[in-house]
Design a protein around this ligand. Sequence first.
Ligand code: DON
Length: 580
Amino acid sequence: MSAFPTPYVSPMLRPLAVVLALLAAVACGEPSQLQTVAGGEMLTVENGAVASTNLWSSRAGAEVLLEGGNAVDAAIAVGFALAVTNPTAGNIGGGGFMVVRTPDGETTTFDFREKAPLASHPEMFYDEDGEFSRDIRHRSHISVGVPGTVAGFELAHQRLGQADWARLVEPSIGLARDGIELTPDLAGSIANAVGRMQERGYEASVQAFSRDGVPYEAGELWQQPDLAMTLERIRDEGRDGFYRGETADLLVAEMERGGGIITHEDLEIYEAVERAPIEGTFLGYDVISMGPPSSGGTAIVQMLNILEGFDLPAIGHNSPEYVHHVAEAMRFAFRDRAAHLADMDFSDVPLERLTSKEYADELRAQIDPDMAGESSVADVELAMESAETTHYSVVDADGMAVSVTYTLEGGYGSHITVPGAGFLLNNEMGDFNAGPGITDETGLIGTEPNLARPEQRMLSSMSPTILARDGELVAVIGTPGGRTIINTVLQLALNRMAFQMEPMEMLSAGRFHHQWLPDRITVEEAIATPELMSRLEEMGHTVEPRTRQGAAHSIVIDMETGERIGIPDPRITDGTAVGY
Ligand code: DON
């Protein structure tokens, strides 16, 4: 059943990556109690574990756990470390979501999604001729939402943290000030981004990410002194070190220089929010995920409710019939997402109905077991999908679980680095709809709920999720991938809950995606066999192979031993799990 037996991306290089990860761990003085594995391997430990997209960040979190910090503390340390070491998505200039389950089964979430600045309005992405401009919405200073990450981490720390705040920021300061030795993947990613930064004339970004315009090579030391100073202010002053004072002055100055609209007032009034999670059930499991302004949890619970009524093991994992039934559930969930989902502080969302078993019964009855359904063009907005966000999972020795997905939206966000402050700004405003009533042949439409308005949060697909059963933690899951996030998390959950897959198989099994419109199923190449694709076409589906879907750094609990199994997604070479 496994589509991605170890390893997936670079079979020749993976053993080298493991060795390099271990050598780096030793070179960095990793406490000997910590165990480390790279992408394609599984970490099995008794106490605490972190799985993230790189070694530096997983280690920063695991060290906090080892010192007695809890999973929320560790998640904050990981998040700050990623802001230094994973510039595609790790951030202090972006936003995201944290889902928490305490050892006694209490659940909560922290929403630190970016907000629209006060000067926002539904037609803000139009050019001087009154035409909608993709570049303004997604590639300009206007595309920057008011960042949420620092406020979110501070709120989570105040509510549930127990370690000293400064201790949690400190590792990131060291990584920025002393520098990191670039891995081949990271060096390549940064070199590409520097090209785009040069094209767009973002000089501060070129300086921060290259040596005077010359890209760094793998193995070179990359230091970020301005970012280190910003992180020091955050260490010393908490959120005020970001939303006020020097950092805020530098950010607002860059907005004024580049034609952006974020003001001091926008920064002052930004608040992260603690919200109830979306909770559902599936064959005796509890599913705890993110509610609006994410669409993820709602859609996942809706799809699980539909699929609970089918005998999935009898249908057969990743068989044509399985892909068909699951894709039909995806079609319904993404239709309803387009119609209803948005920031609930601004729009009514019929959450109770969308996540109810009764509504799922109605939808399931509409699925023809042999024939694809139809997606008719209605109000939906098909934005460009970028592929850069990051997810990480943490479980501590007491069983507290934290699932975090956060992002700059596109890889490297807006590509705009705040001069003197050293951090990248998001381009999350691109997750708002284009404009009222805008329709064109690509499917752009401006549905009402997700239009840009002052202080509204733009709709997200990020779906950090936790699974439990009979009061016990089962798994911490999530992934990047734009709209595919929702469907990757769905399939991870099904792999575990419907098929009882072992942890590595749960992660490596091939994935597919349908999002209502465009009306097609994309299937990971590793499972896109001619037989599968032609049978789906016979059923009336349009199918397309795709490269990897997601980077789902997860932790699964061994229900017999209680051990924490950390699994960096085998699709990602630099992914790393660390624990003890
Ligand atoms: O919030 C969202 O849904 C998007 N801004 C996330 C973008 C993303 O996942 C790109 N990723 N891989």
